[in-house]
Design a protein around this ligand. Sequence first.
Ligand code: M6R
Length: 592
Amino acid sequence: MCGIFGMLGGGSVGRTVEALRYLEYRGYDSAGIAASVNGKLRVYKSVGRIDRLQSVIPPDLDSDRTIGHTRWATHGAVSYDNAHPFVSSDNSFAVVHNGIIENYLALKKQLSLRGTVFTSQTDSETVAHVLQHHYKTDVLQAVIATANCLAGAYAIVISTTHDGNLYAIKDKSPLVVGLSDDGVYLCSDVRCVSRWASKVAVVPDKTVIAVSANGVEFYDYDGKRVTMQYFDAERSETETDTCGDFMLKEISEIPDRLRQVTSGYYADGGLGMPRELALQLRRIYMIGCGTAYNSGLHAASVARAFSDVDIIPVIASEYIYGHYPTDAGTLAILISQSGETADTIRAAEKVAAQGGITYAVTNTKSSSLCFKCRCVNYIYAGGEFAVASTKAYNCQLVTLLLILADIARLRGTLDSARHQRLLDSVKALPESAERALADSARIKRLALQIKDSSAVFYIGRVNDYSTACEGSLKLKEISYIHSEAYPAGELKHGTLALMERGVTVIAICTEPALKQKIAASVSEITARGARVITVAPFTIDGCDGIILPQCDASVGGVIAVIPLQLLAYYAAKALNRDVDKPRNLAKSVTVE
Ligand code: M6R
Protein backbone atom coordinates (compact mmCIF):
# COMPACT_ATOMS: atom_id res chain seq x y z
CA MET A 1 0.00 0.00 0.00
CA CYS A 2 1.82 3.24 0.56
CA GLY A 3 1.49 6.03 -1.96
CA ILE A 4 4.51 7.17 -3.95
CA PHE A 5 4.93 10.27 -6.04
CA GLY A 6 7.59 12.16 -7.93
CA MET A 7 7.52 15.30 -10.01
CA LEU A 8 10.04 16.91 -12.33
CA GLY A 9 8.83 20.44 -12.96
CA GLY A 10 8.42 23.83 -11.28
CA GLY A 11 6.49 24.01 -8.02
CA SER A 12 7.14 20.35 -7.34
CA VAL A 13 7.13 20.68 -3.53
CA GLY A 14 3.56 22.01 -3.37
CA ARG A 15 2.36 19.52 -5.95
CA THR A 16 3.96 16.64 -4.06
CA VAL A 17 2.27 17.61 -0.80
CA GLU A 18 -1.03 17.95 -2.66
CA ALA A 19 -0.52 14.52 -4.22
CA LEU A 20 0.31 13.00 -0.81
CA ARG A 21 -2.98 14.31 0.55
CA TYR A 22 -4.75 12.49 -2.24
CA LEU A 23 -2.64 9.36 -1.71
CA GLU A 24 -3.17 9.33 2.06
CA TYR A 25 -5.89 6.71 1.59
CA ARG A 26 -3.09 4.27 0.68
CA GLY A 27 -1.46 4.61 4.10
CA TYR A 28 -1.31 7.24 6.82
CA ASP A 29 1.28 6.01 9.31
CA SER A 30 3.89 8.56 8.24
CA ALA A 31 4.79 10.73 5.28
CA GLY A 32 7.81 12.46 3.79
CA ILE A 33 9.37 14.23 0.86
CA ALA A 34 12.85 14.71 -0.62
CA ALA A 35 13.34 17.90 -2.64
CA SER A 36 16.44 18.66 -4.72
CA VAL A 37 17.72 22.09 -3.84
CA ASN A 38 21.03 23.47 -5.14
CA GLY A 39 22.38 20.00 -5.88
CA LYS A 40 21.45 18.61 -2.44
CA LEU A 41 18.60 16.38 -1.28
CA ARG A 42 16.53 17.99 1.45
CA VAL A 43 14.41 15.46 3.31
CA TYR A 44 11.41 16.23 5.53
CA LYS A 45 9.31 13.56 7.21
CA SER A 46 6.93 13.06 10.07
CA VAL A 47 4.89 10.37 11.76
CA GLY A 48 1.15 10.70 11.20
CA ARG A 49 -0.89 12.60 8.67
CA ILE A 50 0.06 15.00 5.89
CA ASP A 51 -0.91 18.04 7.98
CA ARG A 52 1.95 17.19 10.30
CA LEU A 53 4.34 16.74 7.41
CA GLN A 54 3.33 20.10 6.00
CA SER A 55 4.06 21.76 9.32
CA VAL A 56 7.72 20.63 9.16
CA ILE A 57 8.33 21.68 5.53
CA PRO A 58 9.65 25.25 5.30
CA PRO A 59 6.94 27.29 3.54
CA ASP A 60 9.51 28.80 1.15
CA LEU A 61 11.02 25.45 0.09
CA ASP A 62 11.24 25.52 -3.67
CA SER A 63 12.35 22.76 -6.00
CA ASP A 64 11.75 21.46 -9.50
CA ARG A 65 12.42 17.84 -8.49
CA THR A 66 10.63 16.28 -5.53
CA ILE A 67 9.62 12.78 -4.47
CA GLY A 68 7.11 11.92 -1.74
CA HIS A 69 5.61 9.04 0.20
CA THR A 70 2.68 8.13 2.45
CA ARG A 71 3.38 4.98 4.48
CA TRP A 72 1.37 1.95 5.52
CA ALA A 73 3.85 0.11 7.73
CA THR A 74 4.90 -3.40 6.67
CA HIS A 75 8.54 -3.71 7.83
CA GLY A 76 9.29 -1.87 11.05
CA ALA A 77 7.14 0.08 13.46
CA VAL A 78 5.42 3.36 12.77
CA SER A 79 8.26 5.79 13.55
CA TYR A 80 10.21 8.74 12.20
CA ASP A 81 13.20 6.52 11.37
CA ASN A 82 11.05 4.16 9.34
CA ALA A 83 9.36 6.95 7.38
CA HIS A 84 10.31 7.39 3.70
CA PRO A 85 12.19 8.83 1.80
CA PHE A 86 15.41 6.94 2.57
CA VAL A 87 18.78 8.29 1.52
CA SER A 88 22.01 6.47 0.74
CA SER A 89 24.88 6.87 3.23
CA ASP A 90 26.57 9.44 0.96
CA ASN A 91 23.27 11.38 0.59
CA SER A 92 23.39 11.03 -3.20
CA PHE A 93 20.26 8.90 -3.68
CA ALA A 94 16.79 9.26 -2.14
CA VAL A 95 14.08 6.64 -2.66
CA VAL A 96 10.38 6.18 -1.98
CA HIS A 97 8.99 2.67 -2.28
CA ASN A 98 5.65 0.90 -2.41
CA GLY A 99 5.69 -2.89 -2.10
CA ILE A 100 7.92 -5.45 -0.42
CA ILE A 101 11.57 -6.22 -1.17
CA GLU A 102 11.58 -9.91 -0.34
CA ASN A 103 15.39 -10.35 -0.44
CA TYR A 104 16.18 -7.27 1.62
CA LEU A 105 17.72 -9.21 4.50
CA ALA A 106 20.28 -10.86 2.19
CA LEU A 107 21.06 -7.48 0.56
CA LYS A 108 21.32 -5.82 3.95
CA LYS A 109 23.76 -8.46 5.14
CA GLN A 110 26.02 -7.98 2.10
CA LEU A 111 25.95 -4.19 2.48
CA SER A 112 26.56 -4.35 6.23
CA LEU A 113 29.65 -6.46 5.62
CA ARG A 114 30.91 -3.62 3.40
CA GLY A 115 30.30 -1.15 6.23
CA THR A 116 26.90 0.33 5.35
CA VAL A 117 25.08 1.59 8.41
CA PHE A 118 21.29 1.23 8.36
CA THR A 119 19.08 3.72 10.13
CA SER A 120 15.69 1.98 9.83
CA GLN A 121 14.11 -1.45 10.13
CA THR A 122 12.56 -1.21 6.67
CA ASP A 123 13.16 -3.24 3.53
CA SER A 124 12.98 0.00 1.49
CA GLU A 125 16.12 1.64 2.90
CA THR A 126 18.19 -1.15 1.34
CA VAL A 127 17.38 0.17 -2.14
CA ALA A 128 19.06 3.54 -1.51
CA HIS A 129 22.25 1.79 -0.39
CA VAL A 130 22.20 -0.69 -3.29
CA LEU A 131 21.97 2.27 -5.69
CA GLN A 132 24.98 3.92 -4.08
CA HIS A 133 26.87 0.65 -4.29
CA HIS A 134 26.18 0.28 -8.04
CA TYR A 135 26.85 3.88 -8.98
CA LYS A 136 30.12 4.45 -10.84
CA THR A 137 29.59 7.26 -13.37
CA ASP A 138 26.13 6.66 -14.84
CA VAL A 139 22.95 6.78 -12.78
CA LEU A 140 20.85 4.88 -15.34
CA GLN A 141 23.28 1.94 -15.23
CA ALA A 142 23.15 1.98 -11.41
CA VAL A 143 19.34 1.97 -11.49
CA ILE A 144 19.24 -0.95 -13.96
CA ALA A 145 21.78 -2.89 -11.90
CA THR A 146 19.72 -2.24 -8.76
CA ALA A 147 16.51 -3.37 -10.46
CA ASN A 148 18.21 -6.66 -11.30
CA CYS A 149 19.13 -7.19 -7.62
CA LEU A 150 15.63 -6.83 -6.21
CA ALA A 151 13.10 -9.60 -5.61
CA GLY A 152 9.50 -9.04 -4.56
CA ALA A 153 6.95 -6.44 -5.56
CA TYR A 154 7.94 -2.82 -5.86
CA ALA A 155 7.46 0.56 -7.46
CA ILE A 156 10.33 2.86 -6.51
CA VAL A 157 10.90 6.51 -7.38
CA ILE A 158 14.48 7.73 -7.12
CA SER A 159 16.01 11.18 -6.93
CA THR A 160 19.76 11.76 -7.09
CA THR A 161 22.37 14.47 -6.75
CA HIS A 162 24.44 12.98 -9.60
CA ASP A 163 22.25 14.45 -12.33
CA GLY A 164 19.02 16.45 -12.69
CA ASN A 165 16.76 13.47 -13.43
CA LEU A 166 14.20 11.33 -11.65
CA TYR A 167 14.26 7.56 -12.07
CA ALA A 168 11.85 4.76 -11.27
CA ILE A 169 11.71 0.97 -11.31
CA LYS A 170 8.57 -1.09 -11.28
CA ASP A 171 7.70 -4.74 -10.82
CA LYS A 172 4.30 -5.97 -9.55
CA SER A 173 3.34 -2.74 -7.74
CA PRO A 174 1.41 -0.02 -9.56
CA LEU A 175 3.16 2.90 -11.23
CA VAL A 176 1.95 5.43 -13.76
CA VAL A 177 3.67 8.24 -15.63
CA GLY A 178 1.74 11.44 -16.30
CA LEU A 179 2.67 14.20 -18.74
CA SER A 180 1.45 17.78 -18.43
CA ASP A 181 2.57 21.24 -19.49
CA ASP A 182 3.86 21.73 -15.92
CA GLY A 183 6.11 18.68 -15.88
CA VAL A 184 6.30 14.91 -15.55
CA TYR A 185 4.71 12.88 -12.74
CA LEU A 186 5.46 9.41 -11.39
CA CYS A 187 2.79 8.01 -9.11
CA SER A 188 1.20 4.87 -7.73
CA ASP A 189 -2.32 6.11 -8.54
CA VAL A 190 -3.68 6.93 -11.97
CA ARG A 191 -6.53 9.03 -10.56
CA CYS A 192 -4.09 11.18 -8.62
CA VAL A 193 -2.00 12.23 -11.64
CA SER A 194 -5.02 12.49 -13.92
CA ARG A 195 -5.94 15.69 -12.12
CA TRP A 196 -2.89 17.42 -13.66
CA ALA A 197 -1.64 15.25 -16.51
CA SER A 198 -3.13 15.26 -19.99
CA LYS A 199 -1.46 11.96 -20.99
CA VAL A 200 -0.91 8.93 -18.81
CA ALA A 201 1.03 5.68 -19.27
CA VAL A 202 0.46 2.63 -17.06
CA VAL A 203 3.93 1.15 -16.62
CA PRO A 204 4.29 -2.61 -17.19
CA ASP A 205 6.28 -4.88 -14.87
CA LYS A 206 10.07 -4.93 -15.04
CA THR A 207 10.46 -1.43 -16.43
CA VAL A 208 13.07 1.21 -15.64
CA ILE A 209 12.17 4.85 -16.23
CA ALA A 210 14.40 7.88 -16.64
CA VAL A 211 12.76 11.31 -16.51
CA SER A 212 14.87 14.26 -17.65
CA ALA A 213 14.21 17.78 -18.89
CA ASN A 214 14.21 16.26 -22.40
CA GLY A 215 11.40 13.78 -21.73
CA VAL A 216 10.74 10.27 -20.42
CA GLU A 217 12.60 7.13 -21.54
CA PHE A 218 11.61 3.55 -20.70
CA TYR A 219 13.96 0.55 -20.52
CA ASP A 220 13.68 -3.13 -19.77
CA TYR A 221 15.90 -4.75 -17.13
CA ASP A 222 18.53 -5.50 -19.81
CA GLY A 223 18.81 -1.78 -20.49
CA LYS A 224 17.07 -1.97 -23.89
CA ARG A 225 14.80 0.99 -24.76
CA VAL A 226 11.09 0.13 -24.87
CA THR A 227 8.22 2.19 -26.25
CA MET A 228 5.30 3.09 -24.03
CA GLN A 229 1.71 3.76 -24.94
CA TYR A 230 0.17 6.92 -23.50
CA PHE A 231 -3.55 7.52 -23.38
CA ASP A 232 -5.66 10.58 -22.63
CA ALA A 233 -6.05 11.10 -18.88
CA GLU A 234 -9.60 11.02 -17.57
CA ARG A 235 -10.32 13.73 -15.04
CA SER A 236 -11.75 12.36 -11.81
CA GLU A 237 -13.35 13.74 -8.69
CA THR A 238 -11.09 14.98 -5.95
CA GLU A 239 -11.26 14.66 -2.22
CA THR A 240 -12.21 18.31 -1.95
CA ASP A 241 -15.67 17.34 -3.19
CA THR A 242 -16.80 16.77 0.41
CA CYS A 243 -16.71 18.76 3.61
CA GLY A 244 -17.76 15.88 5.90
CA ASP A 245 -16.82 12.22 6.06
CA PHE A 246 -16.27 10.48 2.75
CA MET A 247 -18.00 7.37 4.01
CA LEU A 248 -21.33 9.11 4.63
CA LYS A 249 -21.06 11.00 1.34
CA GLU A 250 -20.35 7.74 -0.49
CA ILE A 251 -23.30 5.95 1.12
CA SER A 252 -25.57 8.86 0.19
CA GLU A 253 -24.46 8.53 -3.44
CA ILE A 254 -25.71 4.95 -3.73
CA PRO A 255 -29.05 5.75 -5.44
CA ASP A 256 -27.34 7.84 -8.12
CA ARG A 257 -24.60 5.33 -8.65
CA LEU A 258 -27.17 2.56 -9.02
CA ARG A 259 -28.73 4.64 -11.81
CA GLN A 260 -25.38 4.79 -13.58
CA VAL A 261 -24.20 1.23 -13.16
CA THR A 262 -26.76 -0.38 -15.48
CA SER A 263 -26.47 2.28 -18.19
CA GLY A 264 -22.67 2.06 -17.95
CA TYR A 265 -22.79 -1.72 -18.32
CA TYR A 266 -24.83 -1.56 -21.53
CA ALA A 267 -22.99 1.50 -22.91
CA ASP A 268 -19.76 -0.51 -22.64
CA GLY A 269 -21.25 -3.36 -24.67
CA GLY A 270 -22.72 -5.52 -21.89
CA LEU A 271 -21.13 -8.87 -21.12
CA GLY A 272 -18.47 -8.53 -23.81
CA MET A 273 -17.99 -12.28 -24.10
CA PRO A 274 -18.69 -14.33 -27.26
CA ARG A 275 -21.43 -16.97 -27.00
CA GLU A 276 -18.98 -19.83 -27.76
CA LEU A 277 -16.91 -18.82 -24.75
CA ALA A 278 -19.99 -18.75 -22.48
CA LEU A 279 -21.02 -22.18 -23.77
CA GLN A 280 -17.66 -23.79 -22.99
CA LEU A 281 -17.75 -22.77 -19.30
CA ARG A 282 -17.66 -25.49 -16.67
CA ARG A 283 -17.10 -23.32 -13.62
CA ILE A 284 -16.99 -19.70 -12.59
CA TYR A 285 -14.77 -18.46 -9.76
CA MET A 286 -15.73 -15.18 -8.09
CA ILE A 287 -12.40 -13.93 -6.78
CA GLY A 288 -11.72 -10.89 -4.59
CA CYS A 289 -10.75 -9.68 -1.11
CA GLY A 290 -12.75 -8.11 1.70
CA THR A 291 -15.83 -6.31 0.43
CA ALA A 292 -15.08 -7.28 -3.17
CA TYR A 293 -15.08 -10.96 -2.11
CA ASN A 294 -18.36 -10.46 -0.24
CA SER A 295 -19.95 -9.08 -3.41
CA GLY A 296 -18.84 -12.21 -5.28
CA LEU A 297 -20.17 -14.38 -2.45
CA HIS A 298 -23.53 -12.68 -2.71
CA ALA A 299 -23.78 -12.68 -6.52
CA ALA A 300 -22.87 -16.38 -6.56
CA SER A 301 -25.60 -17.15 -4.05
CA VAL A 302 -28.23 -15.30 -6.12
CA ALA A 303 -27.08 -16.64 -9.51
CA ARG A 304 -27.12 -20.28 -8.41
CA ALA A 305 -30.90 -20.01 -8.82
CA PHE A 306 -30.56 -19.63 -12.61
CA SER A 307 -27.14 -20.99 -13.53
CA ASP A 308 -26.14 -24.49 -14.66
CA VAL A 309 -22.44 -23.73 -14.12
CA ASP A 310 -20.77 -24.12 -10.73
CA ILE A 311 -20.23 -20.64 -9.31
CA ILE A 312 -17.58 -20.72 -6.61
CA PRO A 313 -16.57 -17.70 -4.52
CA VAL A 314 -12.87 -17.77 -3.62
CA ILE A 315 -10.81 -15.35 -1.52
CA ALA A 316 -8.00 -14.16 -3.81
CA SER A 317 -5.14 -15.03 -1.44
CA GLU A 318 -6.59 -18.54 -1.02
CA TYR A 319 -6.75 -19.01 -4.78
CA ILE A 320 -3.08 -18.07 -5.15
CA TYR A 321 -1.81 -20.78 -2.81
CA GLY A 322 -4.67 -23.29 -2.92
CA HIS A 323 -5.56 -25.97 -5.46
CA TYR A 324 -8.48 -24.84 -7.59
CA PRO A 325 -9.02 -26.67 -10.89
CA THR A 326 -8.55 -24.13 -13.68
CA ASP A 327 -8.66 -24.72 -17.43
CA ALA A 328 -10.17 -23.34 -20.65
CA GLY A 329 -13.63 -24.02 -19.23
CA THR A 330 -12.96 -21.79 -16.21
CA LEU A 331 -14.08 -18.20 -16.00
CA ALA A 332 -12.52 -16.21 -13.15
CA ILE A 333 -14.32 -12.98 -12.35
CA LEU A 334 -11.76 -10.86 -10.51
CA ILE A 335 -13.50 -8.21 -8.45
CA SER A 336 -11.63 -5.16 -7.17
CA GLN A 337 -12.77 -1.62 -6.54
CA SER A 338 -9.24 -0.25 -6.87
CA GLY A 339 -8.00 -2.72 -9.47
CA GLU A 340 -4.69 -2.61 -7.59
CA THR A 341 -5.13 -5.23 -4.85
CA ALA A 342 -2.01 -7.40 -5.00
CA ASP A 343 -3.77 -10.65 -4.00
CA THR A 344 -6.39 -10.22 -6.71
CA ILE A 345 -3.79 -9.37 -9.36
CA ARG A 346 -1.68 -12.42 -8.40
CA ALA A 347 -4.80 -14.57 -8.63
CA ALA A 348 -5.52 -13.17 -12.13
CA GLU A 349 -2.00 -14.06 -13.20
CA LYS A 350 -2.42 -17.61 -11.89
CA VAL A 351 -5.77 -18.07 -13.66
CA ALA A 352 -4.24 -16.86 -16.95
CA ALA A 353 -1.16 -19.07 -16.52
CA GLN A 354 -3.42 -22.11 -16.08
CA GLY A 355 -5.43 -21.34 -19.22
CA GLY A 356 -8.55 -19.89 -17.57
CA ILE A 357 -10.50 -16.85 -18.79
CA THR A 358 -9.88 -13.72 -16.72
CA TYR A 359 -12.62 -11.13 -16.38
CA ALA A 360 -12.02 -7.96 -14.31
CA VAL A 361 -14.85 -6.15 -12.56
CA THR A 362 -13.40 -2.91 -11.25
CA ASN A 363 -14.14 0.70 -10.47
CA THR A 364 -10.84 2.01 -11.79
CA LYS A 365 -10.18 2.44 -15.48
CA SER A 366 -6.57 1.70 -16.48
CA SER A 367 -5.85 0.01 -13.15
CA SER A 368 -3.30 -2.82 -13.12
CA LEU A 369 -6.03 -5.47 -13.01
CA CYS A 370 -7.47 -4.25 -16.33
CA PHE A 371 -4.16 -4.98 -18.02
CA LYS A 372 -4.03 -8.50 -16.59
CA CYS A 373 -7.49 -9.59 -17.71
CA ARG A 374 -8.97 -10.66 -21.02
CA CYS A 375 -12.37 -9.02 -20.42
CA VAL A 376 -13.06 -5.92 -18.30
CA ASN A 377 -16.24 -4.37 -16.96
CA TYR A 378 -16.54 -1.21 -14.86
CA ILE A 379 -18.88 -0.68 -11.94
CA TYR A 380 -19.35 3.09 -12.34
CA ALA A 381 -19.35 3.75 -8.59
CA GLY A 382 -17.31 6.97 -8.96
CA GLY A 383 -14.28 7.75 -6.79
CA GLU A 384 -14.36 5.95 -3.43
CA PHE A 385 -12.01 7.41 -0.81
CA ALA A 386 -13.20 6.09 2.56
CA VAL A 387 -11.25 2.97 3.51
CA ALA A 388 -14.54 1.20 4.23
CA SER A 389 -16.00 0.33 0.86
CA THR A 390 -19.72 1.11 0.54
CA LYS A 391 -21.17 2.28 -2.78
CA ALA A 392 -18.66 0.11 -4.67
CA TYR A 393 -20.23 -2.98 -3.04
CA ASN A 394 -23.74 -2.04 -4.23
CA CYS A 395 -22.45 -1.35 -7.76
CA GLN A 396 -20.32 -4.51 -7.80
CA LEU A 397 -23.40 -6.55 -6.90
CA VAL A 398 -25.43 -5.12 -9.76
CA THR A 399 -22.63 -5.56 -12.32
CA LEU A 400 -21.98 -9.14 -11.20
CA LEU A 401 -25.67 -10.01 -11.39
CA LEU A 402 -25.89 -8.55 -14.90
CA ILE A 403 -22.82 -10.53 -15.99
CA LEU A 404 -24.02 -13.83 -14.47
CA ALA A 405 -27.54 -13.32 -15.85
CA ASP A 406 -26.15 -12.62 -19.34
CA ILE A 407 -24.05 -15.79 -19.19
CA ALA A 408 -27.09 -17.81 -18.08
CA ARG A 409 -29.10 -16.22 -20.89
CA LEU A 410 -26.47 -17.24 -23.49
CA ARG A 411 -26.45 -20.76 -22.07
CA GLY A 412 -30.24 -20.90 -22.16
CA THR A 413 -30.79 -21.46 -18.44
CA LEU A 414 -32.42 -18.05 -17.90
CA ASP A 415 -35.33 -17.41 -20.24
CA SER A 416 -36.08 -13.94 -21.57
CA ALA A 417 -39.05 -13.39 -19.21
CA ARG A 418 -36.96 -14.12 -16.09
CA HIS A 419 -34.08 -12.11 -17.50
CA GLN A 420 -36.41 -9.16 -18.08
CA ARG A 421 -37.80 -9.52 -14.53
CA LEU A 422 -34.28 -9.27 -13.17
CA LEU A 423 -33.59 -6.16 -15.25
CA ASP A 424 -36.84 -4.58 -14.05
CA SER A 425 -35.84 -5.28 -10.45
CA VAL A 426 -32.44 -3.68 -11.08
CA LYS A 427 -34.17 -0.61 -12.53
CA ALA A 428 -36.23 -0.23 -9.34
CA LEU A 429 -33.13 -0.25 -7.12
CA PRO A 430 -32.31 3.49 -7.01
CA GLU A 431 -35.75 4.28 -5.61
CA SER A 432 -35.53 1.49 -3.02
CA ALA A 433 -32.07 2.74 -2.03
CA GLU A 434 -33.51 6.21 -1.47
CA ARG A 435 -36.18 4.71 0.81
CA ALA A 436 -33.56 2.76 2.74
CA LEU A 437 -31.50 5.92 3.26
CA ALA A 438 -34.57 7.83 4.45
CA ASP A 439 -34.56 5.66 7.60
CA SER A 440 -31.16 6.96 8.72
CA ALA A 441 -32.42 8.78 11.85
CA ARG A 442 -33.75 5.52 13.27
CA ILE A 443 -30.57 3.66 12.28
CA LYS A 444 -28.52 6.31 14.06
CA ARG A 445 -30.55 5.78 17.25
CA LEU A 446 -29.99 2.02 17.06
CA ALA A 447 -26.27 2.56 16.45
CA LEU A 448 -26.06 4.54 19.69
CA GLN A 449 -27.56 1.55 21.48
CA ILE A 450 -25.16 -1.02 19.99
CA LYS A 451 -21.94 0.98 20.23
CA ASP A 452 -21.11 -0.42 23.68
CA SER A 453 -21.82 -4.05 22.79
CA SER A 454 -19.12 -6.51 23.84
CA ALA A 455 -19.57 -8.21 20.47
CA VAL A 456 -21.94 -8.00 17.52
CA PHE A 457 -22.99 -11.03 15.48
CA TYR A 458 -24.61 -10.79 12.06
CA ILE A 459 -26.76 -13.69 10.93
CA GLY A 460 -28.74 -14.52 7.80
CA ARG A 461 -29.58 -17.45 5.55
CA VAL A 462 -28.48 -18.00 1.91
CA ASN A 463 -28.28 -14.57 0.19
CA ASP A 464 -28.62 -12.83 3.55
CA TYR A 465 -25.55 -14.62 4.89
CA SER A 466 -23.27 -12.70 2.50
CA THR A 467 -25.03 -9.46 3.45
CA ALA A 468 -24.27 -10.42 7.06
CA CYS A 469 -20.58 -10.87 6.14
CA GLU A 470 -20.45 -7.42 4.59
CA GLY A 471 -22.31 -5.78 7.51
CA SER A 472 -19.94 -7.40 9.98
CA LEU A 473 -16.83 -6.34 8.02
CA LYS A 474 -18.08 -2.74 7.91
CA LEU A 475 -18.67 -2.58 11.66
CA LYS A 476 -15.40 -4.15 12.76
CA GLU A 477 -13.14 -2.18 10.44
CA ILE A 478 -14.33 1.28 11.41
CA SER A 479 -15.70 0.90 14.97
CA TYR A 480 -13.20 -1.77 16.23
CA ILE A 481 -16.12 -3.60 17.88
CA HIS A 482 -15.59 -7.35 17.63
CA SER A 483 -18.05 -8.74 15.11
CA GLU A 484 -18.64 -11.97 13.20
CA ALA A 485 -21.08 -13.21 10.59
CA TYR A 486 -22.75 -16.63 10.61
CA PRO A 487 -25.31 -18.48 8.53
CA ALA A 488 -28.30 -18.23 10.89
CA GLY A 489 -28.70 -22.00 11.05
CA GLU A 490 -25.16 -22.40 12.36
CA LEU A 491 -25.79 -20.43 15.52
CA LYS A 492 -26.99 -23.41 17.50
CA HIS A 493 -23.90 -25.40 16.44
CA GLY A 494 -21.55 -23.41 18.62
CA THR A 495 -21.93 -19.64 18.61
CA LEU A 496 -25.03 -19.71 20.80
CA ALA A 497 -22.59 -20.33 23.66
CA LEU A 498 -21.52 -16.68 23.34
CA MET A 499 -25.00 -15.20 23.72
CA GLU A 500 -25.38 -13.16 26.91
CA ARG A 501 -26.22 -9.65 28.06
CA GLY A 502 -24.11 -7.04 26.27
CA VAL A 503 -24.03 -8.98 22.98
CA THR A 504 -26.01 -7.70 19.99
CA VAL A 505 -27.19 -9.86 17.08
CA ILE A 506 -28.22 -8.28 13.78
CA ALA A 507 -30.59 -10.75 12.10
CA ILE A 508 -31.08 -10.15 8.37
CA CYS A 509 -34.01 -11.67 6.50
CA THR A 510 -34.94 -10.35 3.05
CA GLU A 511 -37.08 -13.42 2.27
CA PRO A 512 -40.56 -13.15 3.86
CA ALA A 513 -40.87 -16.94 3.40
CA LEU A 514 -38.11 -17.38 6.00
CA LYS A 515 -39.81 -15.21 8.63
CA GLN A 516 -40.65 -18.13 10.92
CA LYS A 517 -37.06 -19.39 10.79
CA ILE A 518 -35.62 -16.03 11.78
CA ALA A 519 -38.28 -15.64 14.50
CA ALA A 520 -37.07 -18.95 15.99
CA SER A 521 -33.44 -17.74 15.99
CA VAL A 522 -34.53 -14.48 17.64
CA SER A 523 -36.26 -16.39 20.47
CA GLU A 524 -33.18 -18.57 21.04
CA ILE A 525 -30.94 -15.52 21.25
CA THR A 526 -33.14 -13.29 23.41
CA ALA A 527 -33.74 -16.18 25.82
CA ARG A 528 -29.99 -16.02 26.56
CA GLY A 529 -30.06 -12.28 27.31
CA ALA A 530 -28.53 -10.97 24.07
CA ARG A 531 -30.27 -8.27 22.16
CA VAL A 532 -31.55 -8.64 18.57
CA ILE A 533 -32.10 -6.08 15.83
CA THR A 534 -33.83 -7.43 12.74
CA VAL A 535 -33.20 -6.08 9.25
CA ALA A 536 -36.13 -7.25 7.15
CA PRO A 537 -39.19 -6.04 5.24
CA PHE A 538 -41.25 -7.01 8.33
CA THR A 539 -40.98 -6.78 12.12
CA ILE A 540 -40.70 -9.50 14.72
CA ASP A 541 -42.39 -9.12 18.07
CA GLY A 542 -40.07 -8.46 20.97
CA CYS A 543 -37.11 -6.95 19.15
CA ASP A 544 -36.07 -3.75 17.42
CA GLY A 545 -36.19 -3.75 13.68
CA ILE A 546 -35.01 -1.85 10.63
CA ILE A 547 -37.69 -2.14 7.98
CA LEU A 548 -36.37 -2.76 4.47
CA PRO A 549 -38.24 -1.63 1.36
CA GLN A 550 -39.85 -4.55 -0.53
CA CYS A 551 -37.51 -5.82 -3.28
CA ASP A 552 -37.28 -8.83 -5.51
CA ALA A 553 -35.17 -11.52 -3.77
CA SER A 554 -32.58 -11.45 -6.60
CA VAL A 555 -31.60 -7.85 -5.81
CA GLY A 556 -32.62 -7.57 -2.13
CA GLY A 557 -28.99 -7.68 -0.96
CA VAL A 558 -28.18 -4.47 -2.85
CA ILE A 559 -30.61 -2.65 -0.54
CA ALA A 560 -30.34 -4.71 2.67
CA VAL A 561 -26.68 -3.76 3.07
CA ILE A 562 -27.43 -0.01 3.16
CA PRO A 563 -28.76 0.10 6.76
CA LEU A 564 -25.79 -2.02 7.79
CA GLN A 565 -23.37 0.45 6.20
CA LEU A 566 -25.15 3.28 8.06
CA LEU A 567 -25.25 1.33 11.32
CA ALA A 568 -21.47 0.82 11.17
CA TYR A 569 -20.92 4.47 10.27
CA TYR A 570 -23.02 5.86 13.12
CA ALA A 571 -21.63 3.40 15.68
CA ALA A 572 -18.07 4.37 14.70
CA LYS A 573 -18.91 8.08 14.85
CA ALA A 574 -20.47 7.63 18.30
CA LEU A 575 -17.21 6.00 19.42
CA ASN A 576 -15.27 8.93 18.00
CA ARG A 577 -13.39 6.83 15.45
CA ASP A 578 -11.75 8.22 12.33
CA VAL A 579 -14.29 6.57 10.02
CA ASP A 580 -12.52 7.38 6.76
CA LYS A 581 -9.09 6.26 7.90
CA PRO A 582 -9.43 3.45 10.46
CA ARG A 583 -6.37 2.27 12.34
CA ASN A 584 -4.00 -0.26 10.74
CA LEU A 585 -5.79 -0.23 7.38
CA ALA A 586 -5.37 1.34 3.96
CA LYS A 587 -7.73 1.69 1.05
CA SER A 588 -5.62 -0.08 -1.50
CA VAL A 589 -3.73 -3.19 -0.41
CA THR A 590 -0.93 -3.48 -2.95
CA VAL A 591 1.17 -5.98 -0.99
CA GLU A 592 0.45 -9.69 -0.61
O1 M6R B 1 -9.83 -2.42 -4.05
P1 M6R B 1 -10.38 -3.78 -3.70
O2 M6R B 1 -11.84 -3.88 -3.97
O3 M6R B 1 -9.63 -4.89 -4.37
O4 M6R B 1 -10.15 -3.92 -2.16
C1 M6R B 1 -10.44 -5.14 -1.52
C2 M6R B 1 -10.43 -5.00 -0.01
O5 M6R B 1 -9.17 -4.59 0.43
C3 M6R B 1 -11.46 -3.97 0.47
O6 M6R B 1 -12.73 -4.30 0.04
C4 M6R B 1 -11.47 -3.90 2.00
O7 M6R B 1 -11.93 -5.10 2.53
C5 M6R B 1 -12.32 -2.72 2.47
N1 M6R B 1 -11.63 -2.00 3.50
C6 M6R B 1 -13.64 -3.14 3.01
O8 M6R B 1 -14.42 -2.06 3.40
